[in-house]
Design a protein around this ligand. Structure first.
Ligand code: SAH
Length: 249
């Protein structure tokens, strides 16, 4: 996958992508991430990227010309076989980012992400350039950079070969529609707190059953609305009803 990011602050991206799984994914050429300084696509002496809002009001808005030119330049360099090339604007007005969208984006060969700043981006970018708009939550950040990092992080870890153990992905919270079960590591007894006996039993069927029940219980306690969309079998649905009436396993 090749990700092209348009930003006013390319330096913000340096450290997150130079450690851990990203560094490895980049070294192994599973993903390449290119940063494009929007300022490079300006032609005046001061490299102006923003301007006052028409109609009045506080703050500055990113001008359309450098954003259009940057995207067009990147597009002309991409020899993508994909018929759709997502051009994504990070904005608090976009569709709310979630695991399903991360999954969807992980199937593309190329992604272009546009990070806004100041008061936002000239509306014509949204109307005539981007193919998608993504928000990472119902709050306002000062720029799209952190949002882009969140999106890329969630997408890249889903790509084959990026994480060490692919199987662990399936149990992750939000992947199966449930929150993940509790996890423990050594020591088995710490400050008097012990690891649940079943996890030390070596009985894989029992462990799988316990984990599934814990995932359901945890989801019910913390995010009950997720259960409506989770893929539960009839026994598990009965378990949820039991938990709802008795409050315990
Ligand atoms: N005035 C705009 C917000 C601008 S915030 C509005 O009310 O809609 C400045 C920039 O930060 C945006 O252009 C966007 O790129 C980014 N940003 C802010 N909050 C965001 C969020 N929740 N998700 C994704 N990007 C966000």
């Amino acid at each position: 996958m090749q990700v092209d990011i348009l930003t006013l602050f390319p330096q913000m991206f340096q450290s997150p992508f130079s450690v851990g799984i990203f560094q490895r994914a980049i070294d192994q050429k599973l993903v390449s991430i290119n940063f494009h300084d929007i300022r490079h696509y300006t032609y005046d002496k001061h490299h102006t990227v923003d301007d006052y809002v028409y109609g009045g009001g506080a703050g500055m808005v990113l001008k359309p010309e450098p954003v259009f030119e940057a995207v067009e330049s990147i597009k002309s360099d991409i020899k993508s076989g994909d018929s759709v090339l997502p051009i994504i604007l990070l904005t608090p007005q976009g569709r709310l980012f979630c695991q399903e969208i991360a999954q969807e984006l992980s199937t593309y060969r190329n992604l272009i992400l546009i990070c806004g700043h100041y008061e936002g981006v000239d509306e014509r970018v949204r109307e005539h350039l981007v193919t998608d708009e993504i928000s990472i939550g119902d709050y306002v950040l000062s720029g799209g950079e952190l949002a882009a990092m969140v999106v890329i992080d969630a997408v890249v870890r889903l790509m084959p070969g990026v994480l060490g153990s692919e199987a662990s992905l399936l149990d992750d919270s939000h992947v199966s529609g449930l929150l993940e079960y509790p996890q423990y590591t050594g020591p088995p007894l710490y400050r008097g707190w012990s690891v649940p006996q079943v996890l030390l039993s070596g009985n894989h069927a029992q462990i799988a059953k316990w984990r599934r029940e814990q995932a359901i219980l945890r989801t019910l306690e913390r995010r009950p609305e997720l259960l409506d969309k989770a893929n539960l079998c009839s026994d598990e649905k009965r378990l949820v009803d039991h938990l709802l009436t008795t409050g315990s396993l």
